[in-house]
Write a protein that binds this ligand. Structure first.
Ligand code: FCB
Length: 439
């Protein structure tokens, strides 16, 4: 690595991230069925119809996985708690699920790792999906109950907690584009899910404040939207994309408002009296997390609202076909402070890339991932040099895992996983990070 720990201020926290359904093995420990299980079981949704039933078997191998986190010298581990493991029907606690997260927490602390929890990283219990899932306003209350249940057990030992991973994915990707569970393509469902996911964020923050917890945050995914060409139409299309991808969610939480350009399309489909919910949505938090991977070039399109399309860009791409654009991370860090969060601490809560990694003679040469991480750390340093209060950087992901609708094909890990034998092999990027963190 070009950068090492000593290039960052004392106390800057380096971490790595995973999520429950992507690694644990959902078949184990009495977890309930989720909308991801049924989405994956429906032909055409997921590559080879793969699901998270076994995944990385982290449920049984978490000790060796946390040994890898600790041996690399990471300060934090960002993990998530599966709602359906903790409450298989969405409402009734499962002692085995609570025990698992209790063991996991203690195993982190025993290794000197700070636990950064995410309450929801997308596996909604099926019985709640049956009731309309994120379309149903009642989910804000169900989610607060889940929050109290799991954080009542492990909240005393968390370094930090964020309720929802990437509200855009919960709302738009899953209800408008249909690419994630529940696979809907419906504008009314989308408007409701986008609002309710923020409402649930707020009720969860309030539930945790009620438990006396602190260091609570919000995690948003960001994609830099650039106009495809110099025309006014492309500029407007990119502004709209930026509106419903980025500004809707972070603006809801920090500015208690939604962008006008987004309401032009979603307004008629929003739930009644949505304007009255901003005091809950905007419940103060202690930090803001940014997940960042890429940018999109946006052009107008001849369709109903939002009447735009993503164009193929010229930059080098990862295995996801995502352009590598570190300036986007710098842009978001500076803009977030300027327009939304002021002096609040910021964390990069996800950043990383997929590559076609193979094990050769016991090693994995993933130099492109090392380059990617270097370039994005450089962007973080640039923002920090301008006074942006970035307090930590988190690599997605500790290990190869279930990449949602792309199954096990897209490898994001610092550690390679053989999905037949489940053997873990640290890649060159893992060794490079380890050397950087110990310098
Ligand atoms: C993020 C998700 C994470 C993983 C990475 C590649 O959007 O939070 O689960 O899929 O992208």
């Amino acid at each position: 690595m070009q950068y090492s720990r000593s290039d960052f201020p004392e106390g800057f926290l380096f971490g790595t991230a995973t999520s429950s359904y992507q690694i644990e093995g959902h078949a184990f420990g009495g977890a309930g069925q989720t909308h991801w299980d049924t989405f994956a079981a429906t032909p055409g949704n997921v590559v080879r119809a793969e699901n998270g039933a076994r995944a990385c078997d982290h449920y049984h191998r978490y000790r060796e996985d946390l040994d890898l986190v600790a041996a690399a010298g990471f300060d934090t581990y960002r993990f998530s708690t599966s709602w359906a493991r903790v409450m298989p029907d969405g409402r009734t606690p499962n002692p085995a699920g609570l025990d698992f997260y209790d063991r996991l927490t203690d195993a982190m602390l025993a290794r000197g790792i700070k636990p950064m929890a995410t309450l929801y990283h997308w596996e909604l219990p099926s019985p709640l999906a049956d009731l309309g899932g994120w379309r149903n306003r009642d989910i804000a209350g169900w989610f607060a109950d889940f929050t109290e249940c799991i954080m009542g057990r492990i909240g005393d030992r968390m370094f930090s907690v964020a309720p929802i991973n990437e509200p855009w994915c919960v709302g738009w990707l899953s209800h408008f584009m249909g690419l994630h569970a529940p696979g809907l393509r419906d504008i009314r469902a989308t408007a409701r899910a986008m609002h309710h996911v923020l409402l649930a964020h707020g009720t969860a923050i309030q539930a945790m404040r009620g438990l006396g917890m602190s260091n609570l945050g919000a995690v948003f995914n960001h994609e830099w939207a650039a106009p495809w060409d110099d025309t006014e139409e492309s500029r407007a299309a990119a502004e709209l994309y930026d509106g419903y991808y980025n500004r809707f969610f972070i603006g809801g939480v920090f500015n208690k408002s939604y962008p006008e350009v987004v309401l032009e399309g979603l307004g008629p489909h929003m739930p009644d009296r949505w304007q009255d919910d901003f005091d809950v949505i905007g419940t103060p938090v202690d930090w803001c997390g940014l997940n960042y991977y890429t940018r999109k070039l946006i052009a107008p399109a001849n369709t109903p609202w939002p009447a735009l399309q993503e164009m193929e860009g010229p930059l080098p791409k990862t295995l996801m076909d995502w352009e590598i654009y570190p300036d986007g991370l710098y842009n978001f860090l500076t803009r977030t402070r300027r327009d939304y969060t002021g002096d609040l601490p910021l964390y990069v809560t996800e950043n990383g890339m997929a590559s076609p990694d193979v094990v050769t003679d016991g090693a994995v040469d993933d130099q492109p991932r090392i380059d990617y991480l270097n370039q994005h750390l450089e962007a973080v340093r640039r923002a920090m040099a301008e006074g942006v209060p970035v307090k930590g950087y988190t690599v997605w992901s500790l290990m190869d895992n279930y990449e949602w609708s792309l199954g096990y094909e897209k490898r994001f890990g610092l550690v390679h996983v053989d999905f037949d034998t489940l053997e873990r092999t640290p890649k060159a990027s893992y060794h490079a990070m380890k050397a950087a963190l110990n310098r």
